[in-house]
Design a binder for this molecule. Sequence first.
Ligand SMILES: *Cc1c(COP(=O)(O)O)cnc(C)c1O
Length: 223
Amino acid sequence: MEIFENSKKVEQKIQQSLEKSGRSPQDLTVVAVTKTKTIPQVEELYQFGYRHFAENRVEGFLEKKEDMNLPEVKWHFIGSLQTRKVKTVINEIDYFHALDRESLAKEINKRADHTIACFVQVNVTGETSKHGVSPDGLESFIHVLSEFPMVKVVGLMTMAPVDANESELHECFGRLKNLQEVIEAKQLEYAPCRHTSMGMSNDYEIAIQEGASFVRIGSAFFE
Ligand SMILES: *Cc1c(COP(=O)(O)O)cnc(C)c1O
């Protein structure tokens, strides 16, 4: 019951944020982050209509996927991925949200048995503790990815600083949206880059107002 009530609250806030920014619900995909959650909890969300789920640890994800057998589920991997673990996970997922280095792209290219939809992770605010390519390095990084045909850049992803205030959040997400549009305008076949993956439980409303097309929401469903 709690998950149901939480999901209704989330959906209401999403609806309001979309309306506020004149956007259509079709342009937004809600990815439910189920890391550390049990299979019954995931199944509950599934029952309420959710089809996109995200995990950030290879082991937890593989166990969950093996033990769950629900049709139409899309799996997102949102954690940083060690190069040596690519081969065990890359063909089990539908989207990868944390592409941040050439060595990782190279390994994905080598191990993938189909084209992998990837988000390039961008460290918009330059925090030293964060993964992601710098905004200044983004164009050249995207260029390098043309060498890896199994990697398809569907968009950009970022995580806002945990202590950011509202205006800093707007700025962070707005900058990612601008970067995404710059790459999209290049019309690269290997990097259509139509999407932004941004916004978590504490900041998804702002991310949606700034044009997020994928939000990654975990604790708001469960706590
Ligand atoms: C955990 C996590 C989320 C979801 O965070 P919540 O605050 O629980 O909504 C989103 N993105 C990434 C990369 C995460 O690791």
